[in-house]
Design a protein around this ligand. Structure first.
Ligand code: GDP
Ligand code: MN
Length: 403
């Protein structure tokens, strides 16, 4: 029996509504809430353009007089500002010191530690002393920490550098650069004079700090149980790390997979979607890393048995000299595997520049950089920003509390 027309129309409308609801439910809810950090051509949206400015939890703020800035007697964390530097870089280092003293350290007076593979000159000491009222310690690296290890074959090292040079890898033949990367990977925290120190803020010559930071960042790390803080994250040149990931997998397969954190960032390390050719060339590693010329971190992570065993494995494999493994990918892979990813913090509020990249927060506390501008180098560099990939897999603490 045929239905009357109004009922047929009503049934058809119900069917359309039903189909619409089914499609909505089947849609991936994570896609429905896609963040505004999508890649448009080569441009990645700078996460600094988001409005949130203050860290999501207010714990970092001054906790009574005990932690007040500008009070020389208030409690301080066991920490130092740390810089590996050459005598000839004194003037460039002073630029970095002046920025960091002006924006932060004059309020907290954390001591500086300068380290060199050669003794510091009197001139270096005089010019640095003139730029802080905090204590300074000048250290020389023990020879056995710096020299090319005995198991490295120098002929093979030279041949390998020729190949890297053909691939336009920077510093291929500069042995001291390879030594520096190795030392920063697995030896800096072993200096005898640093054995009692827990946290460090790594500072390089000729970097810039743009924003007034009014809280003790070391206390923030400690109170929030953070291991590692970064400002900039980039993709690496895959030619420098071709065997780093295969060696890492060998290490894990050799009875070490139990060292991995339950809450690791493996999916971030092996991402292939953002830069597929990088992943292919680097044999399974995205090449995403925290740019380690800036680090605020807990040396106890590097002193842990997991990191110690991992560095030992890498060091024996020889890639610091046969390739040009950097301390940035080595630290980042280790953190991604062995540390709880929630213990890694993006210091969005610390405006920072190391040529040619910036972290430039959107805040009245910052002067001298342009928010949304990742680089003052050539435009192609814009696609090197890897922070959106970190946030994709790990989330962005600064989004907590925002809806
Ligand atoms: P880049 O940032 O990767 O181009 O490398 P840099 O030239 O900035 O070196 C990284 C850090 O290591 C800087 O703090 C340098 O001052 C330091 N550095 C590099 N090579 C040496 C070296 O041979 N001796 C010392 N003492 N410091 C070095
Ligand atoms: Mn540098």
């Amino acid at each position: 029996m045929a239905m009357p027309k109004p009922i047929r129309l009503l049934a058809a409308a119900c069917m359309v509504l039903f189909m619409f609801l089914v499609v909505q439910i089947m849609r991936d809810p994570s896609k429905a809430k896609a963040p505004a950090k999508e890649v448009k051509g080569d441009m990645v949206r700078d996460p600094n353009l988001d409005e949130t400015w203050e860290p999501p939890e207010p714990l970092h703020r001054v906790k009574g007089d005990n932690y007040a800035p500008n009070n020389p007697n208030s409690d301080r964390i066991n920490a130092t500002l740390l810089s590996l530097v050459r005598n000839k870089e004194a003037k460039d280092l002073v630029m970095s010191m002046q920025d960091l003293e002006r924006t932060w350290n004059h309020k907290f007076n954390y001591p500086w530690t300068f380290i060199n593979d050669e003794p510091f000159t009197q001139e270096f000491k005089d010019i640095t002393r003139a730029n802080t009222k905090a204590n300074i310690t000048y250290l020389t690296i023990p020879k056995e920490h710096w020299e090319v290890p005995s198991w490295i074959n120098l002929d093979l090292m030279h041949e390998s550098a020729n190949i890297l040079e053909e691939q336009s890898v920077q510093y291929a033949h500069m042995t001291s650069y390879h030594q520096m990367c190795r030392w920063n990977s697995g030896l800096f925290y072993k200096h005898p004079a640093l054995q009692e120190t827990q946290y460090y803020w790594r500072v390089e010559p000729n970097v810039h700090f743009f924003c007034d930071v009014d809280y003790d960042v070391f206390r923030y790390m400690q109170d929030h149980n953070k291991t590692y803080g970064f400002t900039i994250s980039l993709y690496d040149s895959p030619d420098t790390v071709k065997t780093l990931w295969p060696e890492t997998l060998k290490f894990l397969a050799a009875g070490n997979s139990h060292l991995m954190s339950q809450n690791n960032a493996m999916d971030w390390l092996v991402d292939k979607s953002a830069r597929p050719e990088h992943n292919t060339k680097a044999n399974g590693y995205s090449t995403c890393h925290f740019w380690s010329n800036f680090e605020i971190a807990d040396m106890n992570f590097f002193r842990s048995p997991a990191y110690e065993a991992y560095f030992e494995h890498l060091d024996r494999a020889g890639g610091f000299f046969y390739e040009r493994w950097g301390d940035a990918p080595v630290h980042s892979i280790a953190l991604g595997l062995f540390e709880d990813k929630n213990k890694i913090h993006w210091f969005k509020d610390i405006g920072y520049q190391h040529i040619p990249f910036f972290n430039c927060p959107n805040s009245p506390k910052c002067h001298g950089c342009i928010t949304g501008r990742l680089t003052d180098g050539e435009a192609f560099l814009n696609k090197e920003d890897c922070r959106p990939n970190w946030f994709k897999y790990v989330g962005n603490e600064w989004d907590i509390g925002k809806s």
